[in-house]
Design a protein around this ligand. Sequence first.
Ligand SMILES: *[C@@H]1O[C@H](CO)[C@@H](O)[C@H](O)[C@H]1NC(C)=O
Ligand SMILES: *[C@@H]1O[C@H](CO)[C@@H](O)[C@H](O)[C@H]1NC(C)=O
Ligand SMILES: *[C@@H]1O[C@H](CO)[C@@H](O)[C@H](O)[C@H]1NC(C)=O
Length: 319
Amino acid sequence: MFGPVLALLLTAGLCCGPPGSEAAPSRHLSLNYRPVIGILAQENHPRDPSPHGTSYIAASYVKYIESAGARVVPIRINRTEAEYEKLFNSINGLLLPGGDVDIQSSLFTQAAKIFYKLVLKANDAGDFFPLWGTCQGLQQLTVLTANKFLLTNTHTASVALPLAFTPAAQSSRLFKHFPKNLLASLSQENITANFHRWSLSLQNFSSDAALKGFYKILSTNTDGKIEFISTMEAYRYPIYAVQWHPEKTPFEWIDKPGMVHSSNAVQVSFHTASFFVSEARKNQHKFSSPEEEDNALIYNYDAHYKKKSFYFVQAYYFD
Ligand SMILES: *[C@@H]1O[C@H](CO)[C@@H](O)[C@H](O)[C@H]1NC(C)=O
Ligand SMILES: *[C@@H]1O[C@H](CO)[C@@H](O)[C@H](O)[C@H]1NC(C)=O
Ligand SMILES: *[C@@H]1O[C@H](CO)[C@@H](O)[C@H](O)[C@H]1NC(C)=O
């Protein structure tokens, strides 16, 4: 099934011109080798309360970003727009993680919306700023871009799938520099961890002009009935999103179908993080002082061991 597209992907790396000319503004003269990525917190799941705080960030996202050479700043929910804007101008990229909040009315969504607007505005003005969404993060981006909820339920709550690449994947910014053997693994082996009940169907994507004009689909998957978007990148912005969970593979240990810890799966995870951090190195935002940076970093918080009580091995909590 994936033969022809895979062949295209495999040859794509061997030819072709300079990277990313279609990508939005990239007037970055020198790279920033001390990038800081913001990760957005979210309300605790009602079935997973914590004595340590009312909102959380799963530690796997922090480790994932750190593994690729960046530091992490937690972005707490329920802050003022002015605070978010200040933080935006201090960090070099933003990750919207997976989770389980209402992506139309939560405090997570309110913050994501403010940052999304800032990301578009900055990039439009030539200030290159990357945004990555994973699982709920992808779903949140669809709501922000379409300005409506277009998701549908799929049977994908606990399954590992291979990616069905589209022909566009070969020239995508995200995949074109991936090692060829990993693209082959991704298309042939069940190594992407899917833990979602909602998906953006190809049908709803294709019939929504705002989404279709904004995102290039790089891979799809199906639950047997509904074909849904599994990887996408924006045409004109450094915005990337995966419905699967690259961070779980090396850093989460819940014992469920869909969790994969193979060498190829772990390498795929690293290459997605490495790609995103490379994008963040093109951004020059800075905290106004070293002290302010120190006080914002995740190192000021403790990761709490959850003993596999829920989906996450460790999490950071905030009030
Ligand atoms: C959000 O912050 C306000 C104060 O700024 C507070 O009154 C409110 O309880 C907070 N809401 C939540 C859900 O934390
Ligand atoms: C399309 O989106 C609507 C919500 O607007 C949803 O009810 C419907 O199930 C979706 N259909 C498909 C095929 O994804
Ligand atoms: C592997 O992926 C296929 C879809 O290509 C799916 O039907 C199957 O359930 C997956 N197997 C496992 C063990 O996850």
